[in-house]
Design a protein around this ligand. Structure first.
Ligand SMILES: NC(=O)c1ccc[n+]([C@@H]2O[C@H](COP(=O)([O-])OP(=O)(O)OC[C@H]3O[C@@H](n4cnc5c(N)ncnc54)[C@H](OP(=O)(O)O)[C@@H]3O)[C@@H](O)[C@H]2O)c1
Length: 365
């Protein structure tokens, strides 16, 4: 049986291809090895960021690919089809970080009732979340459409949750409004939902492209929606915070110059726009100094303060309030097979996926 991997050229992400290899048979698995069939995975702009930062943040080391190429990590579900670990049965379903591939060999370690870890040498030295798998067989929260929601949004919503928590912990740096770029993105609207749900009078402003304004407005969790070309219409008479998902330097500079000292916080979260720019993020701009928000650091800090159970409890409460909205806010679109995956990748890379869509992919036909 053949395995299929989808890989991209590291120095030109527009170039991509599938490669086939022989699937290892069960006897050839390493000790405690599992052969997992990757059944479905989500694909969003965040995965493109993994590729853009592949070298810097070690994403390329997780799932080896031929020289010059990288396999982009994705969140999804897999089924164990062969096992050399006594405590893990074939047929089990795992949720976690997978390659864009039909199969993955995992060296099962730290197996508990709830999860396991891939102990393979090349997967160490990254944040623990990137080699942990949750055992979800029979769990209705990961079955059918709920499983798709988890793959598409849960990792993104973790970021939304962390930023909301961080801003609240810092009393919004004195801001009376929070502006979010890439407002139509799943991460941004997760954050907007949480900020809006606080009901503390702090205005949530979504910045988006003209074509996505109607979608962003329809979500109902932004108090105001402004297109990128009309930012300077925003009033400057009260303090603001800026959460930058887009990573668009000129946009950031426009906002800082417009708000001046009223800009009380400016944090960079993402890189959706990726347009080549001569902008130096460290250049002196009026207002708050630019901060890079690194999720694993904030998780470490908050699990230290709240304890892992306390942190988890807060996250789950936030997720259970947010997830029911997805039936209205997102349409899951499934694409199967190498050609369809390639199209979905290029559409996402080139910003052609409408924001109401949540892409669920599989390299198996
Ligand atoms: N730091 C972290 O740990 C972390 C974690 C999660 C997500 N993020 C970041 O959050 C951002 C959003 O990710 P997501 O997965 O939620 O996105 P998504 O739902 O796929 O976002 C789609 C939206 O992003 C904008 N966009 C997408 N591709 C674009 C392109 N090529 N050119 C210009 N705009 C584009 C458009 O929004 P508009 O029209 O509204 O601009 C589009 O509607 C990403 O930058 C991601 O890396 C960071």
């Amino acid at each position: 049986m053949q395995a299929i991997d989808f890989v991209v050229a590291r120095n030109d992400l527009q170039q991509c291809k599938t490669i086939e290899s022989q699937l290892p048979d069960a006897a050839a698995l390493p000790d405690d090895g599992l052969l997992v069939k990757v059944t479905r995975f989500a694909f969003t702009a965040n995965n493109i960021t993994y590729a853009v930062l592949g070298d810097r943040l070690k994403y390329w080391q997780l799932f080896p690919a031929p020289e010059g190429f990288g396999n982009i990590p994705v969140w999804g579900l897999g089924e164990v089809i062969a096992s050399k670990h006594a405590a893990v049965a074939t047929g089990e379903t795992l949720f976690g970080y997978f390659p864009m591939a039909t199969h993955l060999v995992i060296e099962a370690a730290d197996v508990s009732k709830r999860g396991l870890r891939d102990g393979a040498a090349h997967r160490q030295g990254v944040a623990p979340v990137y080699n942990a798998y949750t055992r979800v067989s029979g769990d209705p929260a990961f079955a059918g459409k709920q499983g798709d929601y988890q793959a598409l949004l849960r990792p993104l919503f973790m970021l939304s949750f962390l930023v909301d928590d961080f801003l609240a912990e810092n009393e919004f740096f004195g801001a009376k409004a929070v502006m979010l770029s890439s407002a139509s993105s799943k991460t941004a609207y997760g954050l907007a939902y949480l900020l809006h749900a606080r009901g503390n009078g702090i205005k949530v402003i979504g910045l988006t492209s003209a074509g996505n304004t109607a979608f962003v407005t329809s979500l109902g969790c932004y108090d105001e929606v402004v297109t990128y070309d009309s930012l300077t219409s925003l009033p400057t008479n009260s303090p603001v915070a800026y959460v930058d998902m887009a990573g668009n330097g000129p946009l950031r500079a426009t906002l800082h110059r417009h708000f001046g000292e009223q800009m009380k916080y400016s944090g960079i979260i993402g890189l959706t726009h990726r347009k080549p720019t001569s902008d130096d993020p460290a250049q002196a701009l009026p207002g708050a100094e630019l901060q890079f928000f690194f999720a694993p650091d904030q998780i470490r800090k908050r699990t230290g303060e709240l304890g892992p159970a306390g942190f988890n409890e807060r996250f789950l409460a936030a997720w259970s309030g947010f997830a029911p909205n997805l039936d209205q806010w997102m349409k899951v679109i499934e694409h199967r097979g190498p050609a369809a995956v390639q199209r979905a990748y290029l559409d996402t890379f080139n910003g052609r996926v409408p924001p109401y869509q949540g892409l669920i992919l599989s390299l198996s036909e």
